[in-house]
Design a protein around this ligand. Structure first.
Ligand SMILES: [Zn+2]
Length: 124
């Protein structure tokens, strides 16, 4: 089980590269639950990248997962379209500012006021 209090360190320790974790705290439970489920399956696996891509979660493993594991990953990626990437509240996908994001209304309003700027490369 991933320790939620130090989840970034624990996720990074499973990564194949040092640069593979690029998500905000709002998806903590989503990603930790996903890793816990895969590890509980007993499969040998290694994470290569966990990132936001075009507003949604992108979860990649070093070797293509089997169908069962892929279904677990697909389910988590699908859920990310409805979870604010910043705080974890229910959110919705938005492209109106030119950047794909899944945010809740309060985080959407704060987006410009805080300095968590959209990242270059967020769009295809
Ligand atoms: Zn939020």
């Amino acid at each position: 089980m991933i320790d939620r209090t130090r989840w970034k360190e624990e996720i990074r320790s499973t990564l194949a590269t040092a640069y593979g974790l690029d998500i905000r705290d709002g998806w903590k439970d989503l990603v930790c639950d996903l890793v816990d489920r895969i590890e509980a399956s007993g499969l040998r696996w290694q994470l290569s990248r966990v990132a936001e891509h075009f507003g949604g979660l992108s979860f990649r493993t070093v070797i293509d997962p089997d169908d069962v594991t892929q279904a677990i990953i697909d389910h988590a990626e699908d859920r990310s379209w409805y979870i604010c990437e910043k705080c974890g509240a229910p959110g919705s996908w938005d492209l109106s500012r030119g950047w794909a994001k899944v945010l809740c209304p309060p985080c959407y309003r704060l987006w410009d006021e805080e300095s968590w700027q959209p990242r270059i490369g967020n769009l295809p």
